[in-house]
Design a protein around this ligand. Structure first.
Ligand code: SME
Length: 176
């Protein structure tokens, strides 16, 4: 199908069960959608949908895919665009998996959330999680990408690799 005949919803048809292929398509789709749009609410809303559908296509049992965004001048994040159930609204830097990622500026891959000290359980059914920081070139944490899974060990280094690409693109393409 040519780009002209493409509907926005078609971006969520991943049609692959290959992890790397789906995640590369996710990154490419985000980039295409953000070409003529710099508003962060708009871009991250579509990104949370792409994340949800990409992981569902590869049969990862995600129950939450979304963002926490740093409050200007504070070491605190607020709930951003997401797909899934209602979630915690505020997370301080250093608290839980999201806060750990925001303050260390390192991706956190957690195979069993009960083994992560201070994990914040927004949904008691979550078993594993990955959180990727969104960090500017001058080392400011703009927020985090957060994905939760209903199974243990839902995420690995492959996810880290592609989600870090997505985070870098978000820094380039959004005005916060
Ligand atoms: N579990 C996260 C909190 C956010 S929710 O999962 C959506 C944490 O410990 O950071």
């Amino acid at each position: 199908m040519g780009e002209e005949g493409k509907h926005h919803a078609d971006y969520t048809n991943f049609n692959t069960t290959d992890r790397k292929e789906a995640l590369q398509l996710l990154v490419d789709s985000y980039e295409a959608l953000a070409l003529d749009q710099r508003n962060w609410v708009c871009n991250l809303s579509n990104a949370s949908s792409l994340l949800w559908h990409a992981y569902k296509s590869i049969n990862v049992n995600v129950n939450w895919t979304g963002f926490y965004i740093t409050v200007p001048e504070k070491e605190e994040m607020l709930l951003g665009p997401f797909q899934g159930k209602v979630a915690c609204q505020t997370i301080e830097f250093g608290k839980g998996v999201c806060g750990a990622s925001a303050s260390t500026q390192e991706t956190q891959v957690v195979g069993d959330v009960d083994k992560f000290p201070g994990h914040i359980a927004c949904d008691g059914e979550t078993k594993s999680e990955i959180v990727v920081p969104i960090v500017t070139k001058d080392r400011k944490t703009l927020g985090v990408i957060d994905l939760d899974c209903l199974d243990y060990n839902g995420f690995s280094d492959i996810d880290k690799q592609y989600l870090e690409k997505l985070a870098a693109l978000i820094v380039e393409t959004c005005d916060f």
